[in-house]
Ligand binder design. Structure first.
Ligand code: GUN
Length: 282
């Protein structure tokens, strides 16, 4: 039976480490401030933003929350970002995505200073990650690396198959696993023989958004299985991309949903906010 990778506990450990680091900074007269911008009233985004605020409060990070109406223009949002970029008291800037349709999300991401891009979404951050320069790492993939390290899962020389090629998870995950000396395959909806490809994996990472798609037919015995899905099953219950009940008897370790990868994302955001201080000092 697979070892369960407890993302909730690991995220708590990381938040405790961040809290300690923030408290050291505070003793030296420094504070850490994250500006969170929410445009409109998408209920899912409001929940994410509230979770980020709670995590900031726990860690001692100042949360500057800016709520803008749904009809905010692109120009207005870009002006606000410019203002936050110039404000030395702001260390991290996060614009909750998606933004309303009149605003180009990519333009917004590119407007955030790479030194404050705690989401790690800007082309500069992504490029820096690709060639091993200092910069912010996208929070979900960075959280998965933390889980692999803290659970002593061997990455060097491991066959890692990532399913999903999004800019937020799949692609940066591939770059980070390369840095870990894994042999990386990024599979996606057009990949041929997906089951066969996945069965090669010592580490299988799924990020497709299809409830319980990955049954044991996709998994090699003894593989580590990391599930980034946040899906709903036929009864409306939260589940992952992996059929946990079917796969856990044959995997060596597995992340549950909820309580696996999910809580790590916010914890890594907090960690990035502290890292922003050193990036801004250089
Ligand atoms: N929307 C869904 N996930 C995220 C995230 O990690 N960051 C931002 N900014 N928006 C999101």
């Amino acid at each position: 039976m697979a070892r369960i990778i407890d993302g909730k506990k690991t995220a708590q450990d990381i938040k405790d480490e961040v809290k300690q680091a923030v408290s050291e900074l505070t003793k030296n007269g420094r504070s850490v401030t994250l500006a969170v911008v929410l445009v409109g009233d998408d209920p899912a985004s409001a929940v994410y933003v509230r979770n980020k605020k709670k995590a900031c409060e726990y860690c001692g990070i100042v949360n500057r929350q800016i709520n803008l109406p749904a009809d905010t223009s692109e120009e207005e949002l870009l002006q606000l970002i410019d203002q936050l970029n110039r404000d030395d008291s702001v260390n991290g800037i996060l614009v909750q995505l998606p933004v309303p349709p009149q605003i180009d999300g990519q333009k917004v991401i590119q407007a955030i200073s790479p030194k404050k891009d705690v989401d790690g979404f800007s082309p500069i951050s992504v490029g820096a990650l690709s060639i091993g320069l200092p910069g912010f790492r996208s929070c979900t993939p960075a959280g998965i690396i933390e889980l692999l390290h803290r659970y002593d899962i061997q990455t060097q020389g491991a066959e890692c198959v990532i399913v999903g090629r999004s800019n937020i998870v799949g692609k940066p995950m591939g770059m980070l696993m390369l840095r870990e000396n894994a042999t990386v395959t990024i599979a996606h909806s057009k990949t041929k023989n997906l089951q066969e490809v996945c069965r090669r994996a010592d580490i299988l990472i799924t990020a497709v958004g299809k409830p319980k798609m990955f049954t044991r037919d996709y998994v090699k015995e003894g593989a580590a299985v990391i599930d980034c899905g946040m899906d709903r099953d036929e009864n409306g219950r939260l589940c992952g991309d992996v059929d946990f009940g079917d796969v856990s008897p044959i995997a060596s370790c597995i992340t549950p949903v909820p309580g696996g990868v999910g809580p790590m994302t916010v914890a890594m955001l907090m960690k990035n906010c502290v890292e922003a201080i050193s990036l801004q000092q250089d």
